[in-house]
Design a protein around this ligand. Structure first.
Ligand code: GLN
Ligand code: ZN
Length: 761
């Protein structure tokens, strides 16, 4: 077979209408039996293969499907089933597979973590001492044959052995990654030879870890593994790298001897030149030119220049066009967006449309004239986007230019602010507060849904939210909390709520992407200059404040988090978009202060997850993201107290940035890591105030007072009493009122006791 010129690296699994999600959830709740689930999955695979073929991908991927996660699939395939799931050998049943993913009565779920710098989460393989690695599944071969039986030739996808081993974690220091690799390589060899025997000419072997900073040991892993795999009976391997630049690992990648190499030329276009300078005779090259991680129509003319550069050097026979990475990270089909503004829609491409773009570029391999009209049409779409007044707003651009360094700093340093805030707020030592949201009950969600569907009028909805807010204020007063919140009952989601009120954002109806398992998110789309036309939160914060004498914290989402959890425009640097959002939040902060709100929290849970994959790129990111926070938060008087909140406990390596954010108070998750994090704050002598979470809201368990007390005493070993706040570790929206009542009452009592013990001392 001729080498296919148009390729795909993976298609979204969920289905255009999230069919897989509903099938999975039906199965989990017992409403759907196993064979119906299997049928639904097979149907989706069939639809996706044919859809890709129709779009011009002659050899679409197989084994990109997963019931939950492809890394979990591989762990189950290789026999890496942790002992607590009591797997008795043979193929892993769906029941055990879902228990690994979601936990079961007898065993906690495996951990999940973010897949590189995407919002997709993979299940982290656990490597236990004595684990027996053996092939338990032939999913990859089965799905290849399934497609073949439909008359569709596919290129199976397999996560490579080194990335698998690097992405998993040994559960014990005795377990060495090198040994695991040794144990699984024969299994890989066996899978590859089975695929070859079944007729597969190529296999896409993903090694995204090649785009990371690698240790000397990891480099050795690569050399050892691929030598072995290539020596065996195997289809040709397309070594697939994405999410970054191979950079100093390029020579390593080339030396592995695979038949093909895929480069992410969207994230790292400079790789093409670097590669073409190397000796590459005989290498098949896959050019990742279409962005797999956003929603924008590509600049085909620019992409095609890369195609021509590659063809000039390598000829036409060994070039393939592909998305930069799997399309798992983009929504399925723009054609389903019937309600979206037509002009804005014309600038976009979802997975299906991206495949057509790939097909166009691939036809151009034979000569530019073959696609002249497509290139021209694309140029005209892009130029209409570039010049659209919907995107560029002079007043926003002027304001951006006017940002200077005084705007990035509070009027005074923290010690002076502290004095002003003490006077203004008169809070006790170890003040108690919460992170913002209170239980989003079924009723709250139902009322919001009816309001949105037009079944409930605005006045009734407002009245409902007012009642909930008032109930929440009384509840906090009764519990004895010092700094109250309004409860966030009016919010669906902490980013969407703001996106819907800001200029420059648009929302899709069906633009879902998988986050983990059956969970999908529908990120807002930032298409143009961001600005705020009117106050967004003042109404609810002021209402809540009018009900009580105690201070009510205003509650905002920070610019970095809004950026990170949206699809971001690709026609200007992310840092610039972030700064625009920061200015909008700055205006909101100002309005809250003017309305008499004395404490304002700006949540930045996503700041850490925005960190670039390579260390060398961290300083630049941290500089602009911290600046954005400072720009958003600095336009207030010394007496106004700025809080921020972050989740996920790993802060050790970004402590300097956290210090530079200069929030008066930071609250964070750490009840699970037993205050380890506080050591980091101690080490850098964190100067401002901290509320380390003393109550793990991720679990329905009500914490015992003694546990919280213990945590507070631990915190006081490294922090001064003037620094310490007492709060849960995140918002309470997923919890029920009853447990929250018990937990907060006991949290307040604990704080009071510890306060008294301080006075007694
Ligand atoms: N204020 C938000 C809440 O309480 C913060 C959520 C978050 O940290 N992700 O829900
Ligand atoms: Zn949180």
């Amino acid at each position: 077979m001729a080498y296919p010129t148009a390729a795909n690296l993976g298609f979204p699994r969920m289905g255009a209408h999230r069919e897989l999600k509903f099938a999975l959830e039906g199965f989990w709740s017992g409403k759907l039996d196993q064979s119906s689930l299997l049928n639904a999955a097979r149907e989706l695979r069939t639809i996706h293969w044919s859809l890709q073929r129709e779009a011009g991908i002659t050899t679409p991927p197989s084994n990109d499907f997963s019931f939950y996660d492809h890394v979990l699939d591989l762990a189950a395939t290789l026999g890496a089933v942790p002992a607590r799931f009591a797997h008795s050998g043979g193929p892993v049943s769906l029941e055990t597979y879902f228990a690994m993913a979601r936990g079961s009565a007898g065993a906690t779920a495996m951990e999940m973590t973010k897949w590189f710098d995407t919002n997709y989460h993979y299940v982290v393989p656990e490597f236990e001492p004595g684990m027996k690695y053996e092939l338990l599944s032939t999913k990859i071969v089965d799905e290849y044959l399934e497609a073949k039986s439909l008359g569709i030739e596919t290129r199976p996808v397999l996560l490579g052995p080194v990335s698998f081993v690097l992405l998993g974690k040994p559960t014990d220091a005795k377990v060495k990654r090198a040994d695991i690799l040794k144990a699984i390589l024969p299994l890989y060899a066996s899978l590859l030879s089975q695929l070859k025997a079944a007729g597969a000419e190529w296999v896409q072997i993903d090694e995204p870890c090649l785009c990371l900073d690698l240790t000397a040991e990891s480099k050795m892993f690569y050399l050892d593994s691929y030598q072995q795999l290539i020596a065996g009976f195997s289809p040709k391997l397309m070594l697939t790298t994405y999410f970054g630049d191979l950079a100093e690992n390029l020579d390593l990648a080339l030396s592995l001897g695979t038949a093909g190499l895929h480069l992410d030329l969207v994230r790292a276009p400079q790789q093409l030149e670097a590669l073409l300078q190397k000796e590459t005779s005989g290498l098949y090259l896959s050019l990742g030119l279409i962005d797999g991680r956003n929603v924008w129509r590509s600049d085909l003319n620019r992409a095609f220049e890369s195609v021509e550069t590659a063809v000039a050097k390598l000829g036409t026979d060994r070039i393939q066009i592909a998305p930069s990475c799997s399309l798992l990270h983009s929504p399925v089909d723009l054609d389903l967006e019937k309600k979206m503004d037509a002009e804005i829609r014309s600038w976009m491409a979802f997975a299906r449309q991206k495949l057509s773009e790939i097909a166009v570029l691939s036809r151009g391999i034979e000569g530019r004239q073959k696609i002249a009209s497509e290139l021209e049409q694309n140029a005209s779409f892009l130029s209409s986007r570039r010049s659209s007044p919907r995107i560029h707003r002079e007043e926003v651009e002027k304001r951006l230019e006017a940002v200077d360094s005084p705007m990035l700093s509070r009027h005074s340093e923290y010690p002076a602010r502290r004095i002003a805030q003490e006077k203004a707020l008169g809070l006790p030592p170890l003040p108690t507060t919460t992170i913002g949201s209170f239980p989003q009950t079924a009723e709250v969600r139902k009322m919001r849904a009816s309001f949105r569907a037009g079944k409930l009028d605005a006045a009734s909805y407002e009245k409902f939210v007012e009642e909930e807010t008032e109930r929440c204020i009384r509840f906090q007063e009764n519990a004895g909390i010092d700094v109250l919140v309004h409860g966030e009952f009016e919010r669906n989601d902490m980013v969407e709520y703001f996106g819907e009120q800001l200029e420059g954002f648009v929302f899709s109806e069906n633009g879902w992407v998988q986050s983990y398992g059956s969970r999908c998110v529908k990120p807002p789309i930032i298409f143009g200059d961001v600005s705020r036309s009117q106050a967004m939160t003042v109404r609810w914060s002021s209402y809540a404040q009018s009900l009580t004498k105690l201070p009510v914290k205003g509650m905002l989402t920070g610019p970095v988090t809004i950026l990170q959890w949206s699809f971001v425009r690709d026609d200007q640097p992310r840092s610039q978009t972030c700064r625009q959002i920061a200015l909008a939040i700055r205006d909101e902060v100002h309005d809250l202060e003017t309305a008499g709100i004395r404490i304002i929290q700006i949540d930045e849970p996503a700041i850490r997850e925005g960190l670039p994959l390579r260390r060398a790129d961290w300083p630049i990111y941290l500089a602009w993201s911290v600046d954005a926070f400072r720009l958003a938060s600095s336009d207030v008087s010394d007496a106004t107290q700025i809080h921020t909140h972050m989740c996920y406990s790993e802060f050790n390596d970004i402590m300097d940035a956290i210090v530079r954010m200069d929030a008066d108070v930071i609250s964070m998750e750490c009840s699970r890591s037993r205050m380890e994090l506080l050591d980091a704050f101690h080490r850098v002598r964190y100067p401002n105030e901290i509320g380390p979470g003393v109550y793990d809201i991720h679990s329905p368990r009500v914490p015992a007072a003694s546990e919280m007390e213990d945590l507070l005493h631990k915190a006081l070993e490294v922090l001064t009493p003037q620094q310490l706040w007492v709060n849960p570790d995140c918002g309470l929206k997923t919890r029920g009122w009853e447990e929250v009542g018990h937990a907060l009452t006991s949290m307040v009592q604990t704080a009071r006791q510890v306060r008294e013990s301080l006075v007694a001392r």
